[in-house]
Design a protein around this ligand. Structure first.
Ligand code: HEM
Length: 128
């Protein structure tokens, strides 16, 4: 009997773990997208002014804003494609932050370009 309860408890744990995934939340996604939009502009401005601190902060704002979206279901398309899109976006923002800190402006500009490409691809696949 004890073992049966143990097994039932374990099954519940596994099931609740599987449902830790959050449903699509348009308002939350829009909030993140507004951070993305403002941060892209801020990063461009800071790169043009060779302001390493401000550029790194703008790239890092994208990293922090977008991470929670990995726990969310997409509005359409597959979860795997959604996760890949945001992992790529975050990787480009991390690359930009490091480049800015190193005052490697060519790489920082390349990262900015990657973020714009990620936006175009993300919107084509997931935005109505
Ligand atoms: C730095 C890159 C990005 C920028 C600057 C950006 C910007 C924006 C903006 C300004 C909006 C409109 C928000 C509104 O209606 O108030 C939006 C919406 C949206 N974006 Fe992005 N985006 C970026 C990357 C991505 C990526 C990578 C994805 C998906 C993989 C994505 C998915 C979406 C979706 C699904 C919406 C519609 C939200 C809704 O109405 O429910 N975006 N984005």
């Amino acid at each position: 009997m004890k073992r049966l309860f143990g097994a039932a408890f374990l099954a519940l744990l596994v099931l609740s773990g599987a449902s830790a995934q959050a449903a699509y939340d348009s308002a939350k996604v829009k909030d993140v997208m507004h951070v993305n939009f403002g941060s892209l502009q801020a990063a461009k401005k800071a790169i043009d002014a060779t302001d390493a601190k401000a550029a790194a902060a703008a790239f890092n704002a994208i990293v922090e804003a977008d991470k929670p979206l990995l726990a969310m279901d997409p509005p359409k398309g597959t979860k795997a494609d959604w996760d890949k899109a945001f992992k790529d976006l975050i990787a480009s923002a991390v690359k930009g932050a490091k480049a800015a800190t190193d005052a490697d402006w060519d790489t920082a500009k390349a990262a900015l370009g990657e973020l714009r490409t990620a936006m175009g691809k993300g919107h084509a696949a997931f935005k109505n």
